[in-house]
Design a binder for this molecule. Structure first.
Ligand code: AGP
Length: 612
């Protein structure tokens, strides 16, 4: 997820572009750049690695760049590490076409190969440079204008994009094209604006156009013209935005956490698509070949917090599917216990930030022992990503809320793909079984959407427990892994004491803590363990517990025991965590809101724990 901006008008462009980018830093902040132009003079391009302030300093807050037309970009790397070279804007070698992009070009390698055969050279590792040069290629090959050149590129590109483009032969114009990635276009008497999101332009205008999918636009100082793929103009109404700037930054949600909870379907979909090519699981970008997969003797997941909970789920899934021994270790323990690892052990370090001190130290410990390491990481170019032998990048985009949601869900998706690939390569599941599971996995994003539609019921129930003192979450197998994450969400943002227990453990001590009215959440998504967990729920109910059941549609018998039941769509049991965790994320969120707490920045916590 990145932020793009565009401007053409009576003012100097660079300060306006920087101001807009500052409002989009939540979309990405590892590098940034501007391209600014005055009339038909050559374009000036300045890029910088690091936060936006580095670019602002480099351009004297934009005053060092002359020109009333320009585009800008703040980056969250998905292809190519954060660097000045990979920062946008990207351009054709003769600067005939200069562009910025938010999205993912899925077939960028195929297009890059085509352009290389046509004599193009590439200076960066980005998919964006490919898109820009593809427009340049069509523009020159067919000697056509921007509309036709962009349209031809749009037809060839697979993926998502919000593009802002400058053409050397068309001064004082910013061209735009959109498919699936967000873009807003604003118009005032003296200028036209373009951005990934409303906050970037709200300071200048609240009169906006919504550009549709597979549409293009030409922005001039006093007009905006829209086109469809056929090059026909499309009439649009100028509408007025009612949001204030802060609400706009959160996409209209009250908190980043709720926004990110709702971004999970897209984040999971993007992550799955990144690991699938032509209907097959393709880990070539990860670098784990079939031969390597076959020789691995055992797996150790190492992580902290929610990432550790992904490892717990991963253990059940990987062992069940690939029949390979798996253990899970807390990074802070692993790094000090001189772990017993075999020559062909694979250590998988899971980390959203890629900078967690304990997880990084654990990675280095494994590498010092000569063990192969794989990072499941959300931040391109982070320490763990750079130091691991192999990396599986999750595509959650920047996660602002301290309590992880979308990053956690994308880590699960990565684990599913790894487990299925290992099982297939090691002959534990057939190609047909793998294909069936992959087809089901592809439905998970839509099923997450369906669970989110039920959020008002969760909100109503959470409000009843805003003053709870203790909440227990119980489950068996994967349901226990779900309870661990649900319990952490509740603790870290509502400050309510919550414990996750393997349901079979209750009788070994914990059940003595159950009193009249104690809320116990029973998670029952695993068919073979359903009756066992249900009987545990009956045990605690007989001791006064108030029971919430969390299970799949169809298991209506739960309502004979539970006082309140939440259902999730049926799915392959290996993937149930992705659906069952959503109501628990919402529960933690609503409890925190009901208690008037700082949901996005809970006390004592940091987004990335880069110290021991
Ligand atoms: C999760 O909600 C917490 N914010 C925390 O447990 C987090 O998962 C943990 O600190 C690991 O962070 P990482 O994924 O960036 O390594």
């Amino acid at each position: 997820m990145c932020g793009i901006v565009g401007y053409v008008g009576k003012k100097q462009a660079a300060p306006v572009l920087l101001s807009g980018l500052a409002k989009l830093e939540y979309r990405g902040y590892d590098s940034a750049g501007l391209a600014v132009r005055e009339g038909d003079r050559p374009v000036e391009i300045v890029k910088a690695k690091g936060r936006l302030k580095v670019l602002a300093e480099k351009t004297d807050n934009g005053h060092a760049l002359a020109g009333r037309c320009g585009i800008g970009h703040t980056r969250w790397a998905t292809h190519g590490e954060p660097s000045e070279n990979n920062a946008h804007p990207h351009m054709s070698d003769d600067q005939n076409v200069v562009g910025v992009h938010n999205g993912i070009i899925e077939n960028y390698q195929e297009l890059k190969d085509k352009l290389l055969r046509k004599g193009y050279k590439f200076y960066s590792e980005t998919d964006t440079e490919v898109a820009v040069k593809l427009v340049d290629y069509y523009y020159k090959k067919y000697n056509i204008g921007p509309v036709d050149a962009i349209a031809k590129a749009m037809v060839r590109i697979r993926g998502s994009y919000a593009l802002a483009i400058l053409f050397r032969d068309y001064p004082d114009q910013v061209w735009a094209a959109r498919k699936d990635s967000p873009m807003i276009i604003g118009l005032e008497d003296d200028a036209a604006y373009l951005a990934s999101d409303v906050p970037a332009i709200l300071k200048y205008t609240n009169h906006v156009y919504y550009i549709g999918n597979l549409e293009m636009a030409c922005l001039k100082e006093d007009s905006v013209t829209f086109y469809n793929l056929d090059g026909d103009t499309v009439e649009k109404e100028l509408t007025e935005i009612e949001w204030d700037a802060e609400a706009a930054e959160k996409g209209g949600f009250e908190h980043f956490m709720m926004k990110e909870i709702h971004e999970q379907p897209k984040a999971v979909r993007d992550t799955i698509h990144a690991g699938v090519k032509d209907g097959q699981i393709d880990l070539s970008e990860v670098g784990l070949t079939d031969d390597v997969i076959r020789e691995i003797s055992d797996i150790v997941f190492v992580a902290c917090g929610s990432a550790y909970h992904v490892g717990i789920a991963g253990q059940y899934i990987m062992e069940d599917l690939a029949r390979i021994p798996v253990r899970v270790e807390l990074a802070s323990e692993f790094r000090y216990r001189k772990p017993l690892l075999k020559e062909k052990t694979l250590v998988i370090v899971i980390s959203q930030s890629g900078e967690t001190a304990d997880s990084l130290a654990a990675l280095r410990e494994a590498k010092a022992d000569g063990i192969r390491t794989l990072g499941i990481v959300n931040v391109v170019g982070s320490s763990i990503a750079r130091e691991a032998d192999n990396v599986f990048y999750t595509l959650a985009g920047p996660e602002i809320a301290v309590a992880t949601t979308k990053a956690y869900s994308t880590q699960l998706a990565a684990v599913y793909l790894l487990a299925m690939k290992f099982a297939l390569v090691r002959g534990e599941i057939s190609a047909e079984k793998c294909a069936d599971m992959l087809a089901e996995l592809m439905t998970i994003p839509d099923k997450i959407e369906r669970v989110l539609e039920d959020k008002e019921r969760i909100q109503w129930f959470a409000a009843k427990y805003a003053n709870a003192k203790d909440v227990f979450q119980i489950g068996r197998g994967l349901d226990y892994a779900i309870c661990l994450e649900g319990s952490l969400k509740m603790k870290e943002i509502s400050y309510i004491h919550s414990e996750a227990y393997a349901a079979g453990e209750l009788k070994h001590g914990t059940i003595s803590l159950i009193e009249d009215g104690t809320l116990v959440i029973g998670v029952l998504t695993q068919k073979g363990l359903y009756e066992k967990t249900l009987s545990n729920m009956v045990e605690v109910k007989s001791r006064g517990a108030y029971l919430m059941g969390l299970t799949s549609y169809g298991n209506y018998g739960v309502e004979d025991t539970a006082d309140f039941t939440v259902y999730i769509p049926k799915t392959d049991e290996h993937f149930a965590t992705s659906l069952a965790v959503i109501p628990l994320q919402l529960m933690g969120y609503y409890l925190s809101v009901a208690r008037g707490l700082d949901v996005d920045k809970p006390r004592n916590l940091a987004k990335s724990v880069t110290v021991e």
